[in-house]
Design a binder for this molecule. Structure first.
Ligand code: BJ8
Length: 426
């Protein structure tokens, strides 16, 4: 990696803490990803992106800012990238997946806050996230109580925090609220960027994001092949890079990877032997570098063939039906698209479990591993409902609750191995 010290310093990062973080991440990446056997060639691009995730990509963001473009950081898949692109902005994901500076986070948040929120605060208070520091606007959303209330504190720590309200029910009034919030967000983006959202610019944003999501859908479909042509770890990595990379370049790289995977499928080449136990992971999003559970699962000789998660199918599976006309009619299409997202903050939320069943059938999965972060009420409560329904439909389900520490890795492995034995016997 080139020397980015000057850039990091200009962003106000704590260089010593940042170096320490990068070195831990680099080591983990080598152990978890580069040690895998028979990886597709196309993963080299994603290895490169990860090796430069705090370097070259941040330089690109700084160059974009120098040209007058705005960087918009967000924590949730309900923040439409299409709208950000429509003012020529750059969208970046800010969710954090590392147990870093939790002591600092716990000085402003209760200990029993989920690791995802604590990590975001740990990164901010420890000054180690160049994406957060490069963001001109940070967008929060009223989803779970933890996020909603913690934005009141985050608002004092970042220059420009914009909070979007979100509905909690899939009703007509809920949809109207979402559309109104998106309309207000357009106004915010126009004010910050000094650019107007037009039918053309919005259509262009929609097309770019649709292409990116189509590539992800293609990747998701290829994973129905047996033997699995790509590991769950690598597919998760692609889903994680989705939130950081330039969208057009990312789409090309995913399509190139898919070309190679389709060839593999034709030739019967896989990363795991034919008939290896196949599972789906469903639940909370896994932000970089949260790779613990997938590593535990795949080191137990099972293969993950799908992620029902916001860093996965829930984030990418719907397209916006762009039918042109006016900004308002396009906004209707965008609202319809996002209103389908099956986050557990919605009540009731039956279509999420229905979709897990469909995924299991389509991908030939023999079991579901439901993953909740500790203290995440929406997903923990919903995991009980999901387990009952999935088991009732004859799909073995394992419910796990964990955090970002490595302390429970052994215990998780024991439970995952027992589950795999169960589905193997079935
Ligand atoms: S649309 S899943 S990205 S809110 S893990 S912070 S829910 S207590 S992340 Fe999410 Fe948007 Fe929903 Fe997706 Fe709260 Fe749970 Fe923590 Fe969570």
């Amino acid at each position: 990696m080139s020397d980015y010290t000057q850039m990091w310093s200009s962003l106000g990062l704590d260089l010593k803490a940042h170096d320490a973080l990068l070195s831990v991440l680099g080591g983990a990446y080598t152990d978890i990803f580069l040690s895998q056997k028979n990886r597709p060639e196309g993963m080299k691009y994603f290895d490169f992106v990860m090796s430069e995730v705090h370097g070259l990509r941040i330089k690109e963001l700084m160059d974009a800012k120098a040209q007058g473009r705005k960087v918009i950081g967000s924590y949730c898949v309900f923040v439409p990238e299409e709208l950000i692109l429509a003012v020529d902005g750059v969208s970046v994901g800010l969710c954090a997946g590392a147990e870093f500076n939790f002591e600092g986070a716990e000085t402003v948040l209760p200990r029993n806050t989920c690791a995802l929120i604590k990590s975001a605060f740990g990164f901010k208070l420890g000054r180690v996230c160049p994406y957060l520091e490069a963001s001109d606007v940070v967008v929060g959303e009223n989803t779970c109580d933890g996020k909603k209330k913690s934005y009141e504190i985050l608002g004092k720590l970042v220059n420009d925090l914009y909070v979007m309200d979100l509905p909690q029910m899939k009703s007509e009034t809920g949809r109207a609220l979402l559309k109104e919030e998106y309309r207000k967000f357009i106004k915010k983006l126009e004010d910050v960027s000094g650019k107007k959202v037009t039918t053309e610019s919005l259509q262009k944003g929609i097309d770019i994001v649709n292409a990116k999501r189509n590539a992800m859908k293609r990747l998701a479909e290829i994973r129905s092949a047996d033997p699995a042509p790509i590991s769950g770890l690598d597919a998760l990595l692609v889903n994680q890079v989705y939130f950081y990379d330039d969208p057009v370049r990312f789409t090309e790289s995913v399509n190139k990877l898919c070309d190679e995977l389709e060839e593999r499928v034709k030739k019967g080449i896989g990363v795991y032997p034919n008939g290896a136990p196949r599972v789906i992971v469903s639940g909370c999003p896994m932000a970089v570098p949260n790779w613990k559970l997938p590593m535990v699962i795949e080191s137990s000789n099972a293969v993950i063939v799908g992620e029902e998660s916001c860093v996965g199918e829930r984030g990418a599976r719907w397209l916006t039906e762009a039918k042109g006309g006016t900004v308002d009619s396009l906004l209707d299409q965008i609202t319809d698209r996002y209103f389908q997202v099956e986050c557990a903050i919605f009540t009731p939320n039956p279509s999420r479990v229905d979709y897990v069943k469909q995924m299991a059938k389509k991908l030939g999965a023999k079991g579901i591993i439901h993953y909740s972060l500790q203290f995440c009420q929406p997903y923990i409560v919903e995991s009980g409902i999901a387990e009952k329904e999935l088991e009732g439909a004859g799909i073995p389900t394992l419910r796990l609750e964990t955090d970002y520490s490595q302390e429970d890795a052994g215990q998780l492995k024991t439970r995952v191995e027992a589950f795999i034995e169960r589905i193997n016997k079935k």
